[in-house]
Design a protein around this ligand. Structure first.
Ligand code: ATP
Length: 647
């Protein structure tokens, strides 16, 4: 079953052509082969992620990225990094795909800090047992100031005039000076408090860091260690930056230190209209700044390969509302006219809305035979609350298809060890062959045994096959207890070697994230297998329920970035769902992201009463106006006729 090591013959750049698609539009083809820093700006569905996957193929197959050099792809979210890695692995054989590292900005920063912790200047050096704490954030700045003031013995007057958010941003989002001791001695009280609070987190009783701090430490370790910096630049001949428009100043600063003025070639792709991270510090005007500071060659793509022509027309109209000089997209498949549907439906309340949507979704799956995973329900926020009535209404349909809040599991499902464990359980309990699962396990085996001899690799492969055989019988007898399920999971981890897994994936090298992930997975599986009312004692059902193969995902717009679906339903085009329409670059862009996830169909809903409260459309009239301008008018839910096809 194992794969043979394969020799690759490099191909001539002239003879390379895109893999798995008919072709690239001219400027995308040029960008895929470009030998200098570049910035590719394109609308939704233009194939920006696809272009990166094709460029990886080009660079590795033609030897432009020559052994032992590697490509580093940086995304903002785990599932985007996973999506890009999968697209590359689908195209390239193992020996080449191995040299493609796809990770989030946070994972990249953390990997640098963990691997080179001892090279961090002493004042800022974290202990090796630090933990990640998401609770260290701007909203806690007041507590941090009080804590630092208490340690320093500052008077209330000294704390009084400090603006909390500005202080937080200064302390945790600006470059660290190499010598922190000097800051502790400085006259500036805010700086002293900052250095004191850093020390509190680095050396206090509990050692916690957040990802802002980690990004800063990563930048510092590169800035203060030229040999390390050089090694990084020599390792990565090419760097890809996906969803560049959402990059924060922290991440941008890290990039500047890491790769500006080096031979590493950077390719950034992005779309300013999809920038929805302003709240998280996305850098205004980042594309212009990058183009200037990195001397990047610009490319503009016009095609939209995702959506049907009617939707592309509406997306083009919205794009021009957001950016008046936006270039209208053109259908990538050459279709001039075709399907595509955008509707806005107004309901009297959320119960009527849920009943109608349940019928529509049921119809889409059963009659149109659309895979539930190719449908998505979006909310601006509070997924659980917005979808609760729909969840109930779906349960009343005569179908197994359910909707489920994907926000809770999306990150867990994107974890490589979770995929590995689930694949092993699936292979052991399925009655049919699962070539994809086996292939993924083999890839993990390759990744975790890079430093092994071929004999050791063979042994590992045999151990994996034996583990799956063993699971086949042990799982059927497994007790419905958390401990018993955890034991089965540990068997899978042992087949790869826990240390080998930890060392192969940056996020698991340090701290407790590996153990936390395994525990979370055990709990999720146990919950479904047998410890609650929903127990099944049937592993295939447990796996299907956990991975959600037959459920329609509900998620926030933020989580849907980079994804695409046949049908998208956006629930709640209402004032209470949107906070910030006075600045259309926030909520307006989010609305644009939602609109552009659909391949064939998007429905927006409004409920006059939701959560038993009257809803209004005053602030969102901007968005209704954009739709109206594009020729999309509001329909009444009560006019829908479910006896005929409502589509
Ligand atoms: N050259 C191409 N030929 C055919 N299909 C393509 C091509 N490029 C991309 N696609 C397909 O179009 C869809 C959108 O591509 P992709 O996700 O790469 O776009 P994107 O620009 O990253 O989108 P977004 O920014 O909206 O998330 C995908 O299904 C992809 O497989």
């Amino acid at each position: 079953m194992g794969r043979k090591a394969t020799q690759f013959h490099l191909i001539d750049p002239q003879t390379w052509c895109p893999v798995g698609i008919d072709g690239l539009e001219d400027s995308a083809d040029e960008a895929a082969r470009c030998e200098q820093n570049s910035i590719v700006v394109a609308g939704p569905g233009a194939g920006k992620t696809e272009l990166l996957a094709q460029r990886a193929d080009y660079l590795l197959r033609t030897g432009q990225c020559a052994t032992p050099q590697r490509i580093l792809a940086i995304s903002l979210k785990c599932d985007a990094a996973k999506n890009l890695r999968e697209r590359v692995c689908e195209r390239l054989p193992n020996g080449l795909a191995d040299r493609f590292d796809s990770m989030t900005c946070d994972a990249f920063s953390k990997q640098l800090v963990d691997r080179f912790r001892l090279a961090v200047p002493e004042f800022w050096r974290p202990e090796d047992d630090y933990r990640i704490e998401f609770n260290i954030n701007e909203s806690k700045a007041g507590n941090m100031i009080s804590n630092a003031a208490e340690i320093l013995g500052c008077s209330p007057a000294e704390q009084a005039g400090i603006s909390r958010i500005a202080w937080y941003r200064k302390v945790f989002c600006q470059r660290l000076p190499e010598d922190g001791t000097a800051v502790l001695d400085s006259d500036a009280v805010q700086q002293r408090m900052a250095a004191t609070q850093w020390q509190h987190y680095l050396r206090g009783k509990y050692r916690y860091l957040n990802f802002h701090m980690i990004a800063r430490l990563a930048e510092l370790v590169l800035r203060t260690n030229p040999r390390l910096l050089r090694a990084l630049q020599m390792t990565y001949s090419h760097v890809f930056l996906d969803e560049f428009q959402d990059m924060t100043n922290l991440h941008y600063d890290l990039l500047v230190t890491a790769f500006r003025d080096s031979d590493t070639v950077l390719t950034a792709v992005g779309d300013t209209k999809q920038c929805i991270m302003t709240w998280a510090g996305a850098l205004a005007g980042i594309t212009e700044r990058y183009a200037k500071e990195f001397g990047a060659r610009p490319f503009i793509l016009r095609a939209n390969y995702r959506s049907e022509p009617e939707l592309i027309r509406i997306i083009g109209s919205l794009a021009q509302q957001i950016e008046p000089d936006a270039i209208p997209p053109i259908p990538g498949n050459g279709k001039e006219v075709g399907e595509g549907q955008c509707r806005v439906i107004e309901f009297s309340d959320d119960v009527e809305e849920a009943a109608a949507l349940a019928k529509l979704l049921h119809h889409t799956v059963e009659e149109e035979e659309i895979d539930p995973r190719d449908i998505c329900v979006l909310c601006r926020k509070k997924v659980e609350a917005y979808s609760s009535a729909l969840v109930l209404a779906m349960r009343q349909q005569t179908t197994d298809i359910q909707v489920r809040d994907e926000t809770k599991l999306q990150d867990l499902l994107a974890e490589p060890i979770v995929q590995t464990i689930v694949d092993a359980l699936d292979l052991a309990t399925s009655g049919s062959p699962k070539p994809d699962a086996w292939e993924r396990l083999q890839n993990t085996l390759t990744q975790t045994s890079r430093s092994f001899s071929s004999r050791q690799r063979r042994l590992r492969n045999d151990l994996l096959s034996a583990t799956i055989d063993c699971l086949r019988s042990s799982l059927t007898r497994c007790d419905p207890s958390l401990e018993a399920i955890h034991t089965e999971i540990v068997r899978v981890l042992e087949a790869f070697g826990e240390n080998a897994l930890r060392n192969s994936f940056a996020q698991y090298r340090q701290g407790i994230f590996f153990d936390e992930t395994v525990t979370k997975l055990s709990k999720e599986l146990a919950k479904r297998y047998g410890t609650e009312e929903t127990q099944t004692l049937n592993w295939q059902e447990v796996i299907a329920d956990f991975t959600g193969v037959s459920s329609i995902p509900v998620m926030t717009i933020h989580k849907s970035k980079g994804l695409e679906y046949h049908t998208v339903v956006f629930m709640g085009l209402e004032d209470s769902a949107f906070n910030n329409l006075s600045d259309p670059s926030g909520d307006g862009n989010a609305f644009f992201v939602a609109m552009s996830r659909a391949k064939k169909r998007i429905i927006f809903t409004f409920a006059e009463s939701r959560f038993r409260r009257a809803q209004s459309k005053k602030k969102v009239s901007l968005l209704y106006g954009w739709l109206e301008e594009a020729g999309v008018h509001v329909e009444k839910g009560s006019d829908l006729n479910f006896d005929e096809s409502v589509w």
